[in-house]
Design a binder for this molecule. Structure first.
Ligand code: HEC
Length: 182
């Protein structure tokens, strides 16, 4: 091998290196990406309601009652009132138990079953059992009527309450029309 041949080899090697560097330079120029402002990955925004844990304990934000009622299921409600049935009858002409009979309760005046010994708290409320009133009462009886005799902690899930109300509504010869969902 003479020096001329060595030069050719060296030239080829250097040429290749230059070519590769040039490629890198051009591809950087062509495919350049803006550097992220903050190092790290973009994660999808946290789901509405935030960071699980702490927030999961608070009741879920809910759609308005008329919207929930529009899609409520009386059949589901019927299974959800099992705990109520210890104290309430649901059939037409049913007798009072620990609590008053609930057939036809929707739009019935509050505390109006003759002969039933209502608490003063419930008697003092006035008005009818509208869907709104039932919703509040079933959510937290003692908040709705401080001193009520209904010893029931309350159903916290708005969807389940809507199902329960849909069932209560069905317990009537002519069910009350559902409130209009705006
Ligand atoms: C431990 C017994 C008990 C349970 C369980 C119970 N209730 Fe009651 N409920 C009562 C009593 C007692 C009253 C009367 C309250 C008063 O006079 O303050 C009442 C009153 C009511 C009234 C008012 C009726 C009227 O004539 O004004 C409604 C509506 C009602 N309950 C629905 C329910 C529903 C729905 C459930 C289940 C989610 C339920 N209750 C669970 C005992 C109970």
């Amino acid at each position: 091998m003479d020096s001329f041949e060595l030069n050719k080899i060296a030239g080829a090697v250097l040429g290749t290196l230059l070519f590769v560097m040039g490629l890198g330079f051009f591809s950087d120029a062509i495919f350049s990406r803006p550097a992220p402002k903050v190092a790290g990955y973009d994660l999808p925004a946290a789901a509405e309601g935030g960071h699980g844990g702490a927030q999961a304990a608070t009741p879920p934000t809910s759609e308005p009652l008329p919207v929930l009622l529009a899609s409520a299921d009386p059949k589901r409600g019927e299974t959800l009132v099992k705990p109520c049935a210890t104290c309430h009858s649901f059939e037409k002409g049913g007798a009072a138990k620990v609590g008053p009979a609930l057939y036809g309760v929707v739009n019935r005046p509050i505390a109006s079953v003759g002969g039933f010994g209502y608490s003063d708290a419930l008697k003092a409320k006035g008005g009818n059992w509208t869907f709104e009133a039932l919703n509040e009462f079933i959510a937290a009886p003692a908040n709705f009527a401080k001193g009520t005799k209904m010893a029931f902690g309350g159903e916290k899930d708005p969807k389940r309450r809507a199902d329960i109300e849909a069932y209560l509504r069905s317990l009537a010869d002519t069910p009350v029309p559902l409130p209009e969902a705006k």
